[in-house]
Structure formats: structure tokens, C-alpha cells
Design a protein around this ligand. Structure first.
Ligand code: UDP
Length: 330
């Protein structure tokens, strides 16, 4: 726990979401006054129920594309953490218009008001911006390799990339203190599998002893990050002396194939599930394209704030399984 967190009033957009709600918990613990702006579209009041009566917590149900709601919330804050976005591969593929409009208009609105009020702002981006790169690890200075525009997944990557460009533009042109974070497969309790995320989906299947649905042949790899490590990173970047006008990868260290992940989840939950493979075009559609590998280079964030993830993939799985068991028994 940091004793000298430099801000009192924090606006968290998307604070009822998975990462956002964990950040709110941490900030309340640090003694901050936290305001959440969330339209509860993919987030849920359940995630923040335990904070609702806390004297330092306020929930504003509203959209990041609502100019007035954003103006009022930004005015009340000393610092902004902008996490609200359309996320999850399934949502992105099924709702491409909403994805692009939310991500671009929402971030444009937040940055415009942040600039007016000169509020330091942390903007959430994603490892999706690295696109189809296969040389790992991905470094923040790398060229980016997105696919064809008819494939909706790249529209999502492009919308977050435009958010990054706009944030850099505000820093360069207006001196806005802005920091950009590229999250890599953040996982933990409260994450829902409804929008595609693989670990909550596999854990749900394993706990029900149902088939584990691996898309493709299972050779794709990801590097998962426990949400509490991600929160350590966000808080560290907010406290950092020299993080403005910069983009940082934030993620875990162990690259794992989806097939190995499925088998590990079966083993750790004591499940009798079997692994089945499903072609990508059946899981999504013919326009779907998946990334082969994804590993973050964490040198920059380590050098800036000493970030080192300390929770392994086994702990991620155990914590997600425990959360789901408790949720189904309550
Ligand atoms: N995946 C899978 N089965 C599922 C959901 C996802 O095999 O039920 C795969 C997916 O194709 C991808 C990996 O797991 O290769 C991670 O998917 P997720 O949607 O969690 O994140 P992202 O693709 O954005 O890394």
C-alpha cells in the first residue's frame, strides 16, 4: 500500500467494470475519494456493490459520450483514469459500430474536458494495437501490423490506436499530462466470459464438467496478467514522476498456449471436462482473424516504476475458480 498517493479525488470511467472495480477498491483503500462514471453496459453494479455505501465512493450512471456528464465528473476530479471502452472479442465482432463509436467519441470527450480543466489522465489502450506481429516480445516502439479493414477486429485495434494518437496529440499540443497503458490479457475475479475472455469461459466450463472449447488448434499463445498486478501497475504509473506523454505495456511474464491453458484449468479445478477444438470461423465468422502470439516487453514500465508482476498463471486460475464457485453458491 502506498502511503503518499498524490491525488485525493479520482474519476474512474468504466469503474463498474472488471479492472475498474478492482482499481476502485485499491483507491478507496488508499484514502481517495472515488467517482465512477459508467453506463453499466458491460460493467455491473455487482462489481461495486460493496462500495456503494462508502462515504468516499460515488457512482454516476452515465456515458463517456455524454458531454455534460463527462464535464461535471472531470471538474470534480484531481486525476482521471479512463478505462471505459468497448472490450471483448465477441462484443467487438458482434457490435462493430458501437465499438468504434464508444472508443473514439468517448476518449475524445474525456480528453477534451481533461484538457479544459488541465487534469492528469491515464488512458487505457490494449495489446490488440500490435495486431498481427509475431516477433515477441512486443515493444512500445515497434511498428504495428493491423489486418484488412473489412475484419471488425482491426476496427477495434484501430479505434484504440486512434485514442493513443489523440492522447499524444493533446500532450504535444496542449501539454496535457497524459499516460497511455496497453493492457495485455488481464484476468481475475469479476471478469465475465460473456464477451469472449478465455479464462473465465474455460473455468466456467471446467466447473460444470462441460467440454472446454479451444478455438483453432490451441497453438495460439497469450501472456496473462493477474488483475492485482495490473492494479499495481496503474497505481505505480499514477504516482510516477516521469510517465506523462508516454505509452507503457502492462502485463504478465509467462507465455502459454491455449491448449496448455485448457489442460491446466482442468487439472487445477479437478474437472472431468474434455478439450474439444472448434474452428475459428465457427466460433466467430469467416472475417475473424486471431493473433498467433502475444507477449509484452515490460522493460519500459519496469524502468519507469519498478513494475514486476508477482502473481503467476496458477494463481490467476485459482482466484477465478474461487470467485465463480462463490458466485454460484450465493
Ligand atoms: N479462446 C478459445 N476459446 C474460448 C475463448 C477464447 O480458445 O472460448 C482463444 C482465442 O481464440 C484466443 C485466446 O483464447 O486465441 C484468447 O482469447 P481472448 O478472447 O480471451 O483474448 P484475446 O484474443 O483478445 O487475446
Amino acid at each position: 500500500m502506498r502511503e503518499n498517493f498524490p491525488f485525493k479525488r479520482v474519476l474512474v470511467t468504466g469503474g463498474a467494470g472488471f479492472i475498474g472495480s478492482h482499481l476502485c477498491d485499491r483507491l478507496i483503500g488508499l484514502g481517495c475519494v472515488v467517482e465512477v462514471l459508467d453506463d453499466l453496459s458491460t460493467g455491473s453494479v455487482h462489481n461495486i456493490e460493496h462500495l456503494r455505501d462508502h462515504e468516499n465512493f460515488r457512482l454516476t450512471v452515465g456515458s463517456i459520450v455524454d458531454d455534460h456528464a463527462v464535464a461535471v465528473a472531470v471538474d470534480r476530479a484531481d486525476v482521471i483514469v479512463h478505462l471505459a471502452a468497448a472490450v471483448g472479442v465477441r462484443l467487438i465482432v458482434e457490435n462493430p459500430v458501437r465499438t468504434i463509436e464508444t472508443n473514439i467519441t468517448g476518449t475524445e470527450t474525456i480528453l477534451r474536458h481533461a484538457r479544459k480543466k488541465k487534469r492528469p489522465t491515464l488512458i487505457a489502450s490494449t495489446s490488440e494495437v500490435y495486431g498481427k506481429r509475431t516477433e515477441v516480445p512486443f515493444n512500445e516502439e515497434d511498428d504495428l501490423n493491423l489486418g484488412a479493414s473489412r475484419r471488425p477486429r482491426w476496427g477495434y485495434a484501430c479505434s484504440k490506436l486512434l485514442d493513443e494518437f489523440l492522447a499524444f496529440a493533446h500532450h504535444r499540443e496542449n501539454g496535457l499530462p497524459v499516460t497511455i497503458v496497453r493492457f495485455f490479457n488481464t484476468v481475475g475475479p469479476r471478469q465475465t466470459g460473456s464477451y469472449g475472455m478465455v479464462i473465465p469461459r474455460f473455468v466456467t466450463q471446467a466447473l460444470a464438467n462441460e467440454d472446454i472449447t479451444v478455438y483453432g488448434d490451441g497453438s495460439r499463445t497469450r501472456t496473462f496478467c493477474h488483475v492485482q498486478d495490473a492494479i499495481d501497475g496503474i497505481v505505480g504509473l499514477l504516482c510516477g514522476d516521469d510517465c506523462h506523454g508516454k505509452v507503457f505495456n502492462l502485463g504478465g511474464v509467462r507465455e502459454i498456449s491455449i491448449l496448455e491453458l485448457a489442460n491446466m484449468i482442468i487439472k487445477r479445478t479437478g474437472s472431468s471436462s474434455k478439450v474439444v477444438t472448434i474452428p475459428f470461423e465457427k466460433a466467430y465468422d469467416e472475417d475473424f482473424e486471431d493473433m498467433q502470439r502475444r507477449v509484452p516487453d515490460l522493460t519500459k514500465i519496469h524502468d519507469a516504476i519498478g513494475y514486476e508482476p508477482c502473481r503467476d498463471i496458477e494463481q490467476v486460475i485459482d482466484d477465478v475458480a474461487e470467485f465463480q464457485r462463490n458466485a454460484s453458491s450465493s
